[in-house]
Write a protein that binds this ligand. Structure first.
Ligand code: FDP
Length: 345
């Protein structure tokens, strides 16, 4: 008989996953459901951004020394407001806030930590290119409740994330998530007519080797020789190794990552000497690299800082940056060989 329903909704999917884990308490379902509400609100604002006076800069500079755009602030505020009341979080960390965000005293606290980048790729807001929200969830390790003392619980290596995901606000709104531990990666598309995220990408697997490299090549002269040699390698003609690769770079991490996750290839934001304050490149470990690293690992790919797995980095600061090489396993291992110096062309 033909299916009359709308397909598998995200809530149905999470509940099914939860039932497979006898220890699951339902906390995760609550967290994800509320993230979805926040994302739907952000998606609505992104879609109407061209119509109202919400585009453009606020004139404020954020903790990362970058200009904050109005929609970034909106997305940050919506996420904090939606997530603070659910009773499952002990604190949050956002790319937009210098310090950890406490849960107001009128709400109960839980044992999970939510780290997020509310609007990644924000320099693309004004030009209708896809942007997104990235998030990772950790479980608190101690019994601490004082916000000033919770940082140690937050600074866990990415491999300890209990879940990670992202939303893309593009030609359609998509959510991709994993709960780690071999449970797989799933993608859902928001169907505006029913207002639900429906399963559209079941058990995503990234090809072992791709044909795309994604990097801001305008930084070429700021890179060291090993990084330049790697990019030169991808561009060189060689039939046997299927080169040259194609270059694709939107400049929105979520959008570039999502394309390569589905098609294969490598995204990189290498270390550079452009700004002495950011010797490890531009991307943040806790709110960008770690969540995407867990997703790519679950999809059969790999994420490295050029020397070893992103997921094993022991963080020392909430806003620390890291070089990032992420995507198809063989391509990222090749990048490591170049950056580590064992491969020279
Ligand atoms: P944005 O500054 O527009 O928010 O992390 C931020 C980020 O975008 C990533 O989404 C993107 O991959 C990268 O920076 C783009 O940086 P470049 O402009 O230096 O290429």
């Amino acid at each position: 008989m033909e299916k009359q329903g709308v397909g598998i909704t995200i809530t149905q999917h999470i509940l099914n996953q939860q039932r497979k884990n006898p220890e699951a308490t339902g906390a995760f379902t609550t967290i994800i459901n509320e993230m979805i509400v926040a994302a739907k609100v952000i998606s609505r604002e992104v879609n109407k951004a061209g119509l109202v006076d919400i585009l453009g800069l606020t004139g404020r500079i954020n903790i990362q020394d970058e200009q904050v755009q109005k929609l970034d602030m909106f997305a940050n505020q919506v996420t904090i407001e939606r997530m603070q009341h659910i009773g499952e979080l002990c604190c949050m960390g956002s790319e937009e806030n210098a310090d950890l965000i406490d849960i107001p005293s009128q709400y109960p606290k839980g044992s999970y930590i939510l780290l997020f980048d509310p609007l990644d790729g924000s320099s693309n807001i004004d030009v209708n290119v896809s942007i997104g929200t990235i998030f990772g969830i950790f479980k608190k390790q101690s019994d601490e409740i004082n916000i000033d003392l919770l940082l140690n619980d937050v600074l866990q290596p990415g491999i300890k994330q209990v879940a990670a995901g992202y939303f893309i606000y593009g030609s359609s709104t998509i959510m991709v998530y994993t709960t780690g531990n071999g449970t797989g990666v799933y993608g859902f598309t928001l169907y505006p007519s029913v207002g639900e995220f429906l399963l559209s990408h079941d058990n995503i697997q990234i090809p072992k080797k791709g044909k795309i490299y994604s990097v801001n090549e305008g930084n070429y002269d700021y890179w060291d020789e090993k990084t330049r040699a790697l990019v030169d390698y991808f561009k060189a003609i060689d039939k046997e190794t299927n080169r040259p690769y194609s270059s694709r770079y939107v400049g929105s991490l979520v959008a570039d990552f999502h394309r390569n996750l589905l098609k294969g290839g490598i995204f990189m934001y290498p270390a550079d000497n452009k700004d002495p304050k950011k010797p490890s490149g531009k991307l943040r470990l806790m709110v960008e690299a770690n969540p995407l690293a867990l997703i790519v690992k679950e999809a059969g790919g790999y994420a490295s800082d050029g020397h070893g797995p992103i997921l094993e980095i022991e963080p020392t600061e909430l806003h620390q940056r890291t070089p990032l090489y992420i995507g198809s396993q063989e391509d990222v291992e090749l990048a490591e060989a170049f950056i580590g110096g064992s491969k020279v062309e």
